[in-house]
Design a protein around this ligand. Structure first.
Ligand SMILES: Nc1ncnc2c1ncn2[C@@H]1O[C@H](COP(=O)(O)OP(=O)(O)OP(=O)(O)O)[C@@H](O)[C@H]1O
Length: 321
């Protein structure tokens, strides 16, 4: 499996045309637009998801993520732009195309008298080459609940069942919309392992999530959507560019918190020690941190509320809670 990592550019280069080559990309979107009345929900969005990658779509509430993903899934019509999903236009693609997709929606409330194993078996019957239903139940960690009626599942167990139904058809492309909402920490971890194993088995995954740690752990690349457009696209550890990732050194100086963003934290710490910052050779409160994906994301969407805006190489005082 080839894991695609992003190129050096922080901002996405808009595709100039969509290719007609079937294996070219899992998803290609160019100039996508969609309005609801006067609300422009998607406003010229471009992106490209490579085959075999986990691609996370991040953005604040109302940014246009669900609208975009629903257009890709063929559930919603666009106003303008070009879209290819597995080489076809979702607006005109047929049942054979749909069978190549797996969709795990944000909100599935259907209650059933069927047991977990029965429902997964039932769904497997819709696809030409399904996975073994029992193996799928195992893979999502529901073996102990295989004989339980689905209406008796907890929220997190129901979400695992949704994932089972999404993958039983052996999809080439899997859409996961906020898949771990309601999961306990252990369930999230084991779900992450499942998603990675699907990717390693060749499934392309488009993941929408509000959990930045989830995106950081899973995604090969992330797109940040704001106001219906992609404002940044890169690997999680490269998003925002080098400057956004510059380490921050914090320390206490005579009762005042100070911090500095620097490319050479070791040199700064050495100089602090040499300058006798602490009476016992220790620098009080010393901390060296690298902005997390969450810090960079918050900077991208609200212009810097998350991290102190410190020019490289300058000292700054910082209020601390
Ligand atoms: N069916 C609809 N009718 C009218 N407006 C809608 C409809 N669906 C979405 N919108 C509006 O379009 C904008 C984009 O919504 P969308 O659901 O795509 O955002 P989102 O990024 O998925 O948000 P969230 O993170 O809250 O799920 C929002 O302003 C929303 O209120």
């Amino acid at each position: 499996m080839t894991t695609t990592r992003g190129g050096p550019a922080a901002a996405p280069a808009p595709p100039t045309r969509l290719t007609t080559e079937r294996r070219a990309a899992a998803v290609e979107v160019c100039g996508l637009r969609k309005a609801y009345g006067t609300k422009q929900a998607v406003d010229g969005l471009d992106l490209r998801v490579e085959r075999g990658e986990i691609f996370a779509v991040l953005g604040p509430n109302g940014a246009g993520k669900t609208t975009t993903v629903e257009i890709l899934e063929g559930f919603r019509r666009r106003d303008a732009g070009e879209v290819r999903v597995l080489g076809e236009d979702p607006q005109s693609a047929g049942r054979a195309w749909r069978a190549r997709l797996g969709v795990v929606l944000q909100d599935s409330r259907d209650q059933s008298e069927l047991t977990v194993a029965e429902l997964v078996r039932h769904f497997a019957g819709f696809y030409p080459a399904p996975r073994d239903p029992d193996e799928v139940v195992d893979a999502v960690g529901l073996r102990a609940k295989a004989g339980t009626r689905t209406r008796q599942l907890s929220g997190g167990q129901r979400r695992r069942l949704d994932v089972a139904l999404g993958i039983v058809g052996r999809p080439e492309l899997l859409f996961l919309d906020e898949p771990t909402t309601g999961f306990d920490p252990q369930a999230r971890r084991s779900f992450w392992e499942l998603v990675l194993s699907l990717r390693d088995g060749g499934t392309t995954i488009v993941l929408t999530t509000h959990y930045l740690d989830e995106a950081a752990h899973l995604a090969d690349r992330v797109a940040v959507v704001r106001d219906g457009r992609v404002v940044a696209l890169d690997a999680p550890d490269r998003l925002g560019g080098v400057a956004a990732r510059r380490p921050v050194v914090r320390w206490l100086d005579g009762g005042t918190w100070r911090c500095e963003r620097t490319d050479s934290p070791t040199a700064l710490v050495t100089s602090l020690v040499a300058s006798g910052a602490g009476t016992d050779g220790e620098v009080p409160g010393l901390e060296v941190t690298r902005p997390s994906l969450e810090d960079v994301y918050l900077d991208l969407i609200d212009g810097g509320a998350a991290t102190p805006s410190i020019a490289p190489g300058t000292l700054a005082e910082e209020a601390r809670p």
